[in-house]
Design a protein around this ligand. Structure first.
Ligand SMILES: [Fe+2]
Ligand SMILES: [Fe+2]
Length: 285
């Protein structure tokens, strides 16, 4: 099985240092093949935050792919940087490619940048995708020889937790159509700071597995402790273990299993391995 670490939203500038160090200790002591960090590395793309984020990801062993989130661009009180060169600071540390692609014999990983500096919508922290981005994504997955396991990552989520009144990535129907067109196996995202695992897809169409990771080490909690997802997959099976930061260390709290058939991926249930400590929300995203 291929072993993947999925983490998100470390938010350097508002970090629980003990959680960050515990995660790095875990990453060094548990074998994995690849790491994906699905955005919000910082609070406001300040130099000190970007440097701390760079040092953090540089310490994670093995290959890693990361993408920006809505917190990785300057705030609106810095209008020139925000509106004319929003990703300049991020790119200085993490490269100019905001939608990196990674291919191995086992999997093809494509990313989408859903962060927007501004738009004709009220909440600029929301995630937006263009038709051109989705067409490129489908084209990349459907290139000849692309039979490997297909993974898509973006910062903004597809699913809202029950009772959670915040927008998911837009336009969701178009994204799900792209998932169907490209037969995507697994989507990795973050943003809500809530762990959620599910399948998603168009009606009567292909279903993919969705891994929405919580914040790995920030103090910006949304009703649950820091955590990350450890994903093990083959062409036919995906298993995802949720690790939580409880009493000073990360422990596995549940594992979910998904199996593939001709219509895509099916949720085959999960089992809780420990009680999940519930922490009251401290502030909104
Ligand atoms: Fe975040
Ligand atoms: Fe975010």
């Amino acid at each position: 099985m291929t072993r993947l670490l999925h983490l998100s939203d470390p938010h350097f500038g508002a970090v629980n240092t003990a959680a960050a160090e515990a995660f790095l200790s875990h990453a060094r002591s548990h074998a994995h093949d690849f790491t994906v960090l699905s955005g919000d590395l910082t609070m406001r793309a300040r130099r000190t935050e970007l440097e701390a984020a760079y040092n953090f990801v540089s310490t994670i062993p093995g290959p890693l792919l990361l993408i920006p989130g809505n917190h990785d661009i300057p705030a609106t009180n810095q209008p020139f940087d925000r509106f004319f060169r929003p990703f300049r600071r991020y790119s200085r540390w993490f490269g100019a490619d905001l939608e990196p692609v990674h291919r191995t014999e086992d999997f093809h990983l494509v990313s989408l940048n859903s962060t927007r500096a501004f738009g004709f919508h009220a909440d600029w922290s929301e995630g937006i995708l263009s038709k051109e981005q989705l067409a490129r994504c489908v084209s990349l997955f459907n290139q000849p020889g692309g039979e490997a396991f297909r993974i898509l990552t973006l910062h903004h989520p597809l699913l809202a937790p029950p009772g959670y009144n915040r927008a998911v990535v837009k336009p969701l129907p178009d994204l799900l159509q792209a998932v169907d067109d490209a037969k995507v196996d697994l989507i990795l995202c973050g943003h809500f700071h809530r762990s959620q695992l599910a399948t998603a897809g168009v009606l009567e169409g292909w279903k993919c597995v969705v891994s929405q990771a919580p914040t790995v080490c920030s103090t910006r909690l949304q009703g649950e402790p820091q955590g990350f997802h450890e994903i093990r997959f083959t062409a036919a099976v995906v298993e995802i273990t949720v690790w939580r930061f409880i009493d000073g260390s990360f422990i596995p709290t549940s594992t979910s299993r998904f199996e593939r058939d001709e219509d895509g991926w099916k949720d085959c249930g999960d089992f809780v391995t420990d009680e999940i400590a519930v922490i009251p929300p401290e502030e909104t995203e």
